[in-house]
Ligand binder design. Structure first.
Ligand SMILES: NC(=O)c1ccc[n+]([C@@H]2O[C@H](COP(=O)([O-])OP(=O)(O)OC[C@H]3O[C@@H](n4cnc5c(N)ncnc54)[C@H](OP(=O)(O)O)[C@@H]3O)[C@@H](O)[C@H]2O)c1
Length: 287
């Protein structure tokens, strides 16, 4: 099977490459290899490679910057996924796209199911929702996997930021009134391959198991990092409300995803803390 992965240098793009199904012939293209915002380039690259499966891991992910960079966020998150889905369909390939918990406003208070009404709070979430619609319009059989709070051993993410701040500072303040599910990029990649192999289509949700606030997540990062010597001293971690950490983009207060439909296909996800522990060991092992 020939597979094309776009956005290959990102957190998920890297994880997809590390977990690619055995025997697959993989072409992984970073931003320089294929700008997904260029419709003609997308059409000709997909035709040239003639893959059986296209997985789009590329996105405009700078949530706060998107508020003042709407045109770029829309080009990459709303229009480009449609170009990829059309090109995949024209070449007889299956298409898999990745979306976000930020399509929800976070007011529901119980986990969101894939069919629940969307109501994004900012430009990033709105652009990602428009991308979902563009994908399904171009290819109703496409698979869209919504996920949340993604981190990998490389790339810019909350875990790596916390490790740095906890090493540099004498105390750390972390938002305690946003609840979601930390999700390890490697586990997400495995789930994407499994859903895709099972022929899943439409919108599915996938995160690690469990739920946490950013504050809970930060405390766990500190505890697990201390336990394996990745940090050498504990600093106080203080819970703060969102109002004490203003950001350009509003974020949902509660965006846990109901992934029961995907779980029925893939099996139960590892708990976020179990995956956090493995990821920190990976960082420790790689120096
Ligand atoms: N990270 C999260 O917490 C999170 C949460 C929910 C959903 N998601 C979704 O999960 C998916 C993967 O996210 P991630 O965490 O792996 O993001 P990431 O680490 O920021 O990677 C995104 C990649 O997309 C590339 N890219 C940006 N514009 C591009 C373009 N026009 N053409 C080709 N490549 C382009 C970026 O390359 P450059 O940096 O070189 O531009 C980057 O390597 C995305 O769909 C994202 O919306 C992420």
């Amino acid at each position: 099977m020939k597979i094309l992965v776009t956005g290959a240098s990102g957190q998920l793009g890297q994880a997809l490459q590390q977990t690619v199904p055995q025997g697959a012939e993989l072409t992984a293209l970073g931003h320089a290899g294929l700008d997904i915002g260029e419709a003609d380039a997308v059409a000709s690259k997909v035709a040239e490679l003639s893959p059986d499966l296209v997985v789009n891991a590329a996105a405009y992910t700078a949530v706060d910057k998107a508020e003042s960079d709407e045109e770029a966020a829309y080009r990459i998150n709303a229009l480009a996924p449609g170009y990829l889905a059309s090109a995949a369909r024209a070449n007889g390939a299956r298409f898999v796209h990745v979306s976000t918990d930020f399509v929800f406003d976070g007011t529901r208070g119980i986990p969101y199911a894939p069919g629940d009404a969307t109501a994004p709070l900012g430009v990033y979430g709105t652009s990602k929702r428009a991308g979902e619609e563009a994908v399904l319009a171009a290819d109703p059989q496409a698979l869209i996997v919504r996920t949340a709070w993604v981190y990998g051993a490389t790339g810019g993410n909350f875990v790596r930021t916390m490790l740095r701040l906890m090493a540099e500072r004498d105390e750390v303040r972390v938002v305690a009134d946003q609840i979601g599910t930390p999700t390890y990029a490697g586990g997400l990649a495995d789930a994407i391959w499994a859903l895709s192999a099972a022929g899943a289509s439409g919108i599915h949700h996938w995160t690690d198991s469990g739920a946490a606030s950013w504050y809970d997540f930060a405390l766990a990062i500190q505890e697990e990092a201390l336990a394996i010597g990745l940090l050498d001293r504990a600093v106080p971690v203080h819970p703060i409300p969102t109002s004490a950490y203003p950001t350009p983009a509003r974020r949902p207060h509660y965006s846990v995803l109901d992934k029961s439909a995907a779980t029925a296909i893939v099996g139960v996800a590892a708990h976020w803390r179990v995956n956090l522990r493995s990821m920190l060991k990976e960082i420790k092992a790689n120096g």
